[in-house]
Design a protein around this ligand. Structure first.
Ligand SMILES: *Cc1c(COP(=O)(O)O)cnc(C)c1O
Length: 235
């Protein structure tokens, strides 16, 4: 077994066990975060059966989407911060966008989505623990933002995403995830006609807490691909 195969198997086992333990069997999808990693690693992960991949940097992500067009069934998720002058590249190349943090970005993604592509699946990023430097809607702004975004074509709101401040403590990790779950439940009640089925939360260090609190997509990089090298600048 190669090390990538082993890492995927171990991570999928952890997800499976955590989900079973809280009665959520089959409800959690693994999103493999491949930022800074070469296309060949993604190819190998695809050969292990992985289909969903997440990228943070627009140009790097677009290059990989183009290089890996032959991989059948691959699904690309954009999960990084996005400047409004780069929305076109995202909406022309990705299937999902997790980090919509302003209504204006949703409008641009909508306007620029090619007519022959399925609607872009989007999550609203929420600054759930009020970190001063973190982007995202305030929790109390989300309801209104959804109301506006559901009026526009080309994008489909699927749920919420968060990147809480890291903590080593399982009980501390749970708090923002619990608040995210409550916010999604509120949105579901307000918009019963929508398919609001997604809570994108949990990374290598807090995946278990996220699953126990209701994550439907965990975004995992380090556990799958190893530590990242940031010696090269990224775009
Ligand atoms: C890098 C990144 C991840 C993956 O983080 P790991 O700790 O390596 O698992 C998940 N989500 C976002 C938004 C990221 O930028």
């Amino acid at each position: 077994m190669t090390s990538i195969q082993k890492r995927f198997q171990d991570t999928l086992n952890s997800i499976h066990t955590a989900a079973e333990n809280c009665g959520r069997h089959g409800e959690v999808k693994l999103l493999a975060v491949s930022k800074t990693k070469p296309s060949e690693m993604i190819r190998e992960a695809w050969q292990c059966g992985q289909r969903d991949f997440g990228e943070n940097y627009v140009q790097e992500g677009v290059n990989k989407v183009n290089e890996l067009k032959d991989l059948e069934g691959i699904v690309w998720h954009f999960i990084g911060p996005l400047q409004s002058n780069k929305t076109r590249l995202v909406t022309e190349h990705f299937d999902w966008m997790h980090s919509v943090d302003r209504v204006k970005i949703a409008h641009r993604l909508s306007d620029q989505r090619p007519a022959d592509m399925a609607p872009l699946q989007i999550c609203l990023q929420v600054n759930i623990d009020s970190q001063p430097t973190k982007s995202g809607f305030k929790p109390e702004e989300v309801s209104k933002a959804v109301e506006e975004i559901i009026k526009i074509p080309g994008v489909e709101v699927r749920g919420l995403m968060a990147i809480p401040a890291p903590s080593e403590d399982l009980e501390e990790q749970r708090k923002p995830f619990k608040a995210m779950k409550a916010l999604l439940t509120q949105l579901q009640t307000e918009n019963p006609q929508l398919k609001l089925d997604t809570l994108s939360m949990g990374m290598t260090g807090d995946m278990i807490a996220a699953i126990e609190e209701g994550a439907t997509i965990v975004r995992i990089g380090t556990a799958l691909f190893g530590a990242r090298d940031y010696s090269q600048p990224r775009k």
